[in-house]
Design a binder for this molecule. Structure first.
Ligand code: SIN
Length: 286
């Protein structure tokens, strides 16, 4: 098993050749600030982390999340009692239909500042199944021809909250806020070719809520959007986070897409989610 020796104080084990790493040997609740900095560095490098052996509950997740930055806000989901910054996702063994997050997406991509980090802690995880799958938007950028990059560099994506409540309302156990009208009418602009503010690496900012490109119709935009989404979900750009008891999943939300996998009927799954404020996506320098 490959261990990344650029990290000396924490154990970082890559999951695939594209993104994702397992982290061992850290205590994110009581560890010192250097531990948090190292985990942040691993996140910038790998974008998705499975931090094992974290004994968390809602209160401890709140403390860990706030060590990484202020809460991003969440206009869609009603938080748990006592915690403004935590949502509880529950799937009971006899629930049917789609699971929460079952489509490739970026969390809250239609905000001006999409969350920079999403954290998900499994309080109850199925003995098998229920993984979360991720894909790297940096690898998508790397896979494009120079001419395609040139074309996309001239485009601005329009990301809309339209339909977000309808998708979430299918989930009978997911309490929603009263912000439906405001969310439905939210449209924000993000450059399509962006760069990571720390590493400078370029990535394609695309998601399922990109309705059209500025100055183009939805019909004109759809083939390009669909091409990018199809490119994005190619398996060689993916990793799967396998949940074990005491796993904290963390991802650099704007640089990846993710989807929950619906393959655990008959099992319970209970997750706590918190998010950390991100930055306005930055257009890549030419
Ligand atoms: C999400 O989309 O934020 C949840 C993913 C999961 O439950 O695996």
């Amino acid at each position: 098993m490959l261990r990344d020796d650029r990290f000396e104080t924490i154990e970082v084990i890559p999951i695939t050749g594209s993104l994702g790493a397992e982290i061992r040997g850290v205590d994110l609740v009581d560890g010192d600030d250097d531990v948090v900095s190292e985990v942040r560095r691993a996140l910038d490098e790998y974008h998705v982390l499975a931090v094992r052996d974290q004994k968390l509950d809602a209160e401890r997740l709140h403390r860990v999340a706030r060590r990484f930055g202020p809460f991003s806000g969440n206009p869609v989901h009603t938080p748990m009692d006592g915690f403004d910054d935590i949502v509880r996702f529950v799937r009971e063994p006899d629930d049917t239909g789609k699971v929460i997050g079952e489509e490739w997406h970026m969390d809250l991509a239609w905000l001006e500042k999409p969350p920079g980090i999403t954290m998900l802690f499994g309080e109850v995880v199925p003995p098998v199944g229920g993984d979360t799958c991720f894909t790297s938007l940096e690898k998508v950028y790397d896979s494009l021809s120079p001419r395609m990059v040139e074309l996309l560099s001239g485009l601005t994506g329009m990301h809309s909250g339209r339909g977000v409540f309808a998708v979430n309302a299918i989930q009978k156990r997911l309490p929603l806020t009263a912000n439906m009208e405001a969310v439905e009418n939210t449209v924000v602009e993000h450059p399509v070719i962006c760069e990571h503010p720390v590493t400078g690496r370029k990535y394609v900012f695309v998601s399922g809520v990109l309705t059209h490109f500025k100055g183009m119709t939805e019909d004109e935009s759809r083939p390009i959007r669909d091409f990018l989404m199809a490119r994005a979900i190619r398996p060689e750009f993916n990793c799967r986070l396998r949940w074990e008891p005491n796993t904290l999943g963390m991802w650099n939300n704007p640089y990846v897409l993710h989807t929950a996998i619906n393959d655990y009927p008959g099992y319970r799954r209970v997750m706590y989610r918190s998010t950390v404020e991100g930055a306005v996506p930055r257009a890549a320098a030419a």
